[in-house]
Design a protein around this ligand. Structure first.
Ligand SMILES: [Zn+2]
Length: 244
């Protein structure tokens, strides 16, 4: 589903575009080379590839897969895509090891299954990253440049990808921040509110137009207002609005 001149939504459980557990999966058309942000859980990667074809794009042109973090609903399809297409997989250096070697406990899949987020028989495909990212790293694809911003809070290595597109400034925010300033705090190791308080201001003053989160609705203008709402709520005594 084409959202803007260069951005497509090609997978999403929420919107019924792909398998139920899938996060939102976006593709950015960088002058013919495709950059995918997150992969969904990997249960049925064919639906996502089919959606890409329906949008008039060729999945074989996916050059880079940028993972926002290691959680299965975002990263579970990375191994299959890498094997199938030969694309490079990017993730935070902090989370490369759990992506490659994590078991159900390490991946927080045990608690996620107990919480009803995945079927009990779901199996995660571990994946070796091609590139390990650090805060402020740049990823170039033709004339398009993505900036990796590490925002711990949802997970320690959570990365938001910022890009200045011809149609406006975009942020792919993973599970760090959603529309209306909702945050993605979890009750498990690696997720904590003090990280949110310490690092969310890395997303201030970006003048984001389009906010593309890992779940639920996306925003096509004035995206920064939604981010600023989260930043403001993190400076108050009450708990910010949370996604689950
Ligand atoms: Zn997550």
């Amino acid at each position: 589903m084409r959202l803007t001149e260069n951005v497509y939504l090609v997978g999403s459980g929420h919107f019924g575009l792909s398998q139920d557990f899938d996060s939102s999966v976006y593709v950015v058309n960088c002058n013919g080379s495709l950059v995918m942000i997150d992969t969904g859980a990997g249960c049925n990667i064919d639906i996502i590839l089919k959606n890409i074809r329906k949008d008039g794009l060729n999945p074989e042109n996916i050059s880079n897969v940028l993972l926002t973090h290691y959680h299965a609903d975002h990263a579970g399809g990375a191994k299959k895509l890498k094997d199938l297409i030969g694309c490079k997989v990017y993730i935070s250096a902090i989370e490369a090891d759990v992506l490659k070697n994590g078991d159900e406990k390490g991946l927080k899949l045990d608690i996620a299954k107990r919480s009803g987020l995945y079927s009990p028989d779901y199996v995660f495909s571990n994946c070796e990253a091609s590139v390990e990212l650090r805060n402020n790293d740049l990823i170039s694809c033709n004339d398009f440049v993505f900036k990796a911003l590490n925002i711990p809070g949802h997970s320690e290595g959570s990365i938001c990808y910022f890009i200045d597109l011809p149609e406006g400034k975009a942020l792919f925010s993973g599970d760090v921040v959603f529309a209306e300033g909702v945050i993605g705090l979890l009750n498990c190791d690696g997720s904590n509110l003090s990280d949110y308080r310490n690092y969310m201001n890395r997303l201030s003053n970006l003048n984001v137009d389009m906010l593309f989160p890992g779940h639920f609705v996306f925003v096509l203008s004035k995206g920064q207002k939604h981010i600023d709402k989260a930043i403001a709520s993190l400076s108050l005594l009450g708990l910010p609005k949370n996604f689950i």
